[in-house]
Design a protein around this ligand. Structure first.
Ligand SMILES: [Zn+2]
Length: 184
């Protein structure tokens, strides 16, 4: 399966989230035929609606997607694509749901779950394959897109990890812009 079009769609959703005042992260769920069956994006900076969990710290792109789709059918045939390495909550939810595969465009060396757990070491997460950053161009694009949010939202320790992992993409991040709180 060609990961590129799906990762591009997650980046499109990430930009949409940013435009709406949330963090730039997007996700799509793809079935065995290559069809996108659900889309999600971060909504942390937006109001709660009947359709979407918003105005909550847990309103991550993957949770938005899972709440929309409800009960998963045949999760063993599904692939989750995200613009950014899932956090422990979203990675854990995906693995508990039995999603077959998780692919992400860009690593998150601070908030990503890979820093906290080795997926295959968890007894309930043996069936989920993890494919980090398969496309160098989109990894670069995703890192540039998220870098200002990493600087704004993460403690300095987290930002330093971002600078080490993505020195080129974090170099141009403007401090004043990064400190601007998200618009509601
Ligand atoms: Zn998350």
């Amino acid at each position: 399966m060609d990961h590129r079009p799906y990762l591009q769609e997650t980046l499109r959703l990430a930009r949409e989230a940013q435009t709406q005042g949330s963090a730039p992260v997007g996700a799509v769920l793809v079935n065995e035929h290559g069809d996108i069956i659900a889309r999600g994006r971060n909504r942390v900076g937006e109001a709660q609606t009947p359709q979407h969990v918003g105005d909550a710290s847990v309103a991550h792109a993957e949770m938005d997607l899972y709440f929309q789709i409800g009960k998963l059918k045949d999760p063993q045939h599904l692939t989750l694509y995200t613009s950014l390495e899932p956090c422990l909550m979203c990675g854990g939810a995906s693995a508990l749901l039995g999603v077959r595969r998780i692919v992400w465009a860009t690593d998150d060396p601070w908030g990503g779950s890979g820093r906290l757990i080795k997926w295959a070491d968890h007894p309930a997460m043996q069936d989920t394959d993890v494919i980090p950053t398969p496309d160098a161009d989109l990894e670069h694009e995703g890192a540039q897109l998220f870098a200002p949010e990493a600087k704004r939202a993460f403690p300095d320790e987290g930002w330093q990890l971002w600078r080490q992992r993505y020195p080129q993409e974090t170099e141009g991040v403007d401090e004043a812009d990064a400190r601007r709180p998200p618009e509601h």
